[in-house]
Write a protein that binds this ligand. Sequence first.
Ligand SMILES: [Mg+2]
Length: 373
Amino acid sequence: MRIERVERLRVDRWLFVQIHTDSGLTGLGEAGLWAYPDACDAVIATWEPYLIGQDPLRIEHHWQALYRHTHFRGGAVAGALGAVDAALWDIAGQHLEVPVYQFLGGKVRDRVRVQTQIHAAEIDDLAAKAQAEVARGITAIRITPFPPDFTVRRYDSLLADAVVRVAAVRDAVGSGIDIGVEIHRRLSVAEAIALAGELERFRPLYYEDATLPFSIQSHGELARATRLPLATGERLHDIWEFRELLVCGGARFLRLDPCLAGGLSAAKKIAAIAESFGAGIIPHGALSTVATAIDVQLDACIPNFVLQDYLGDDRPPKSDLLVENLRLEHGYLVVPDRPGIGVALKPGLAERYPPRVEAVDPALHEDGAVADR
Ligand SMILES: [Mg+2]
């Protein structure tokens, strides 16, 4: 079997890759650098002459060849590799007629527990949305405890408002429901330490991206100063960055995105490194339902899986991409038993959902300074 064609497909804000073989099989993958899909697109175009004519089953060899054949690294390379690697695993699974998780050790679970995300400007609405999630069977909810139009920075109200919001959600859902507190990088290390102390009594499962991800050492510093378990890693690209995050004690939960961190090949290694540190995996789900299906292959076969993001997967356009969506039952996604990654794109997506171009439109604080996203 040989690779015949590498098809790059821009749909809405996503970049998909379909690798076609001379045996008639097609493998599907998604690139993880969602802010700059055209950068991944260009990287994959550069790799195309290498890939054409190759045996698609030599997955690790091709991974090494594409990552190491020249200089430089980062999101564009690792995101492109995320797409190509998944597509090759998808071909391998279809070729041998087994799901990808079967290659990666087999299933350690039959279904994967999901977490959803809620937003609301008003605290009553936030509490009502939390209750609605629980009513539909969801057992883990992620919240950002700030108003959606967060632009004003007053230390006191920042912390006080966050405490009120987390308290309202905990009160609304009662005990037995896990709450993840996602800060979206909005606090300094000092602010994050202060807020963590205030939030302990609400028993959040994790405290995510409390400060900017640029410094791994800052996460280690934060971890040493708080008892809340830290979650981070959605912008990390490779096994070495995750290793250093874990060595400095900066995370109890990895928000690993397989499509950004070099694909399932690298994600399985990262999960194993995390396992040795006693850290759990909560794959980051900012991409499409293709990425969710890729994540689920990993979730199915690693012992330290904790939760799977399920963010808008049941609403269009995300819900309108696949011939057959994954099944959500009582707060769990059923692990599919179809060969490969188990999903295929509907035809005509690029026409229905043309590529979306993100304008440079920074969020600003009230004084005009740039805020982080
Ligand atoms: Mg995050």
